[in-house]
Each structure stands twice: as structure tokens, then as C-alpha cells.
Design a protein around this ligand. Structure first.
Ligand code: PLP
Length: 349
């Protein structure tokens, strides 16, 4: 038995750093930031950002000012910390806001990134405000533009016509604006053509091992491994049901392993009947419903299974992208929902 019957999440910081370096090599001479919003996609903003800073990363993006303030305490002075959602009127002298409208610009003094909406209709200056600013750059007022930035909406679909359109619009409008560095590609954008290069790419997902080129081999190194211990083994007869709703019934004499992980740990209920765990090098199908703290596996064909053994749930046999696809979502959501109850082990770079 393990002494601590909790799931273990292993995060390979060396792999994060190698992923960042790979993206740097692709994007040179442009720089590459690290998007560490939502606690570095659930992996831990402090250890991830520290490792990347030590590797030479100078630009970090978060969504909320509170995330940025916490990150500043971790990183110390020096690196740029940009807040994608802006400051909402509050003052954060240690952070750089991303300004998303002419009203944001009018309300701010000093350095800032300025987000230009080139086709996502989400955040950023909409087309009429872009036009007004390009026609009358004095509307920048007391704002000193650090970067003109825009965000791709379909970068994970290389053939989507909106990619080229956004590149065209970004080039056209930034040529009319006062000169400042430009920030364009996210993870998938780094794998599109040269027109998506800029002074600063902003990848998140690819740093954490998600595939920026869906449908093609993943160029990134895996970062996350999740193992949860077997709490109990139970031998049941054909016809015996397992779990809530008696959704699954044994068809043969069956050994069931009950594992300490559930939907409260971010393992989606939608995975019922879909995933496998890896145990002693063999795959065990997950059977029955996902409950709050427990899931069950058919380990009949793995005679070595024993209480305390770690069942691998995320790893090379089943990566976060694959789990997302099985759950009807994306790897991003699987990572950002990873629970707070795991023991987290960070492998130093
Ligand atoms: C989240 C985000 C990114 C990072 O996107 P990935 O697909 O994870 O690389 C970049 N830019 C903006 C504006 C974002 O919101």
C-alpha cells in the first residue's frame, strides 16, 4: 500500500522548457512569451513560470490582474507580465495591461499592449475603433504602445480562410499605426506560415504538451502524467453491477479495481465507458460511472493488480488531447480542470 492514497500529478518542467525552446527556434528572430493564465493551464503558474524565466523567457501573459500580481511576487522585477483581460479600472503599477478598446486607451497612462480585433469579435478594438485610431493616432493620448497584438480564432485549422484574412488585416492596420513591436501567433499559429511571425508569439497549450497541429503528429514533448492508486480489488460474478445506476454489469467472473479519482478531480463524467488506465504495462478499461471521488476498472486480465498500485490515467498511452476528444471537449479543458487534491510532483528542468 502507498502511505498516501492520493492521485499523483507529475509535471515535467524540463519538458515545458524544451517545448518553449523548440517554439523559440521556430519563431526566431521573433521572441516567444509564455501564456500562464489559469494557473498555467492547471499545471501551476509559479513553478512553470519560474522554470521558464530561468530558461530566459522574458514575457508572460495572464488573464486576470490577480494572477499577474501573484506572478510578479514569484518572478520579481524584470519580465513583462501582461494582463489579457485588462485592469478593469484598477491600478496595477507592476503589471502591463492589454487595452481592449478606445475607452481603455483613454483611461490609461503609460506603457501597455493594445489588442486589435482582426476577426474574433471577442476582445480588442473592434473595426470601427481600429479605423478611428489609425486615422487619428493622437487618440493614443498618454498610452505608450509596447505591442500591437491580435489573436487568431482558427489557427488550429491551417486551411481556414480566416487565418489569412486576420494576417492581412493585422499587417494593414499596424502599418498605419505608430511603430511598435507586434504580437501575433498562439501555439497553433506558430505552425502556420511566415506571415504569422511577429516580434512576440504567445503560446500556452503547446508549452504544456498539447498538440498545436491537431490531426498531425504532436511536435511537443508530453509534460503531464497522472496516476491514481487502487484502493480495493473486488471479484464479482457475471450479472453483478458496478457503480451508480448499475450502469455496467459483469459478463464474466470479473476483478474490479476501485481507484481514488473522480469528477471532483476533473475527470469528466462524460468519460463513462471510454477511457483506459495503464497498469503493469497493460490497459484496463474504465467501467461504470465516474463518481465524485472514485472510478472503477476491469482488471481481470491484469493478474498482478494489487491495492496501492498506481493506475496511470494521463500519460503516453492516453494524452490530454485524447482524453478531451473522448469526453467531447478539448485537451485545454482537461488540463485546466485538473483537481486540487492531487499530490503534485515537479520534475526540475
Ligand atoms: C490563451 C491565449 C493565448 C494562448 O493560446 P494557446 O492556444 O494556448 O497557445 C494567446 N493569446 C491570447 C489572447 C489568449 O487568450
Amino acid at each position: 500500500m502507498t502511505t498516501d492514497a492520493r492521485a499523483v500529478l507529475r509535471i515535467d518542467l524540463g519538458a515545458v522548457v524544451r517545448n518553449w525552446r523548440l517554439l523559440c527556434a521556430r519563431h526566431a528572430p521573433g521572441a516567444v512569451a509564455a501564456v500562464v493564465k489559469a494557473d498555467a493551464y492547471g499545471l501551476g503558474a509559479a513553478p512553470v513560470a519560474r522554470a521558464l524565466r530561468d530558461a530566459g523567457c522574458r514575457h508572460f501573459f495572464v488573464a486576470h490582474a490577480a494572477e499577474g500580481e501573484a506572478l510578479r511576487d514569484v518572478l520579481g522585477d524584470g519580465p513583462l507580465i501582461a494582463v489579457l483581460n485588462g485592469f478593469g479600472g484598477a491600478a496595477h503599477p507592476r503589471l502591463s495591461p492589454v487595452l481592449n478598446s478606445l475607452a481603455d486607451i483613454a483611461a490609461h497612462r503609460g506603457p501597455a499592449l493594445i489588442h486589435l480585433d482582426t476577426g474574433m469579435s471577442r476582445l480588442g478594438l473592434p473595426p470601427d475603433e481600429l479605423e478611428a485610431l489609425a486615422a487619428e493616432p493622437s487618440r493614443l493620448g498618454a498610452v505608450d504602445p509596447l505591442f500591437w497584438m491580435t489573436h487568431l480564432s482558427c489557427a488550429d485549422e491551417p486551411d481556414h480562410p480566416l487565418n489569412a484574412l486576420q494576417a492581412e488585416r493585422f499587417a494593414a492596420v499596424s502599418a498605419r499605426l505608430p511603430p511598435a513591436p507586434r504580437s501575433f501567433a498562439n501555439s497553433s499559429g506558430l505552425f502556420l506560415g511566415p506571415e504569422f511571425r511577429s516580434d512576440l508569439a504567445r503560446p500556452g497549450a503547446a508549452l504544456y504538451g498539447l498538440n498545436p497541429t491537431p490531426g498531425r503528429p504532436n511536435p511537443m514533448e508530453p509534460v503531464v502524467r497522472l496516476c491514481a492508486p487502487i484502493l480495493q480489488l473486488r471479484d464479482i460474478a457475471p450479472g453483478e453491477p458496478v457503480g451508480y445506476g448499475a450502469d455496467w454489469t459483469a459478463q464474466r467472473p470479473t476483478r474490479i479495481a476501485t481507484v481514488a479519482l473522480g469528477y471532483a478531480d476533473g475527470w469528466p463524467r462524460a468519460l463513462e465507458g471510454r477511457t483506459t488506465g495503464l497498469l503493469h504495462g497493460a490497459r484496463a478499461p474504465m467501467v461504470g460511472r465516474v463518481s465524485m471521488d472514485l472510478i472503477t476498472f476491469d482488471v481481470t486480465d491484469i493478474p498482478a493488480a494489487a491495492p496501492g498500485d498506481p493506475m496511470e490515467l494521463i500519460g503516453p498511452h492516453q494524452d490530454p488531447d485524447a482524453i478531451g476528444a473522448m469526453a467531447g471537449t478539448i485537451g485545454y479543458e482537461i488540463l485546466t480542470r485538473l483537481g486540487r487534491r492531487f499530490r503534485r510532483e515537479y520534475q526540475a528542468p
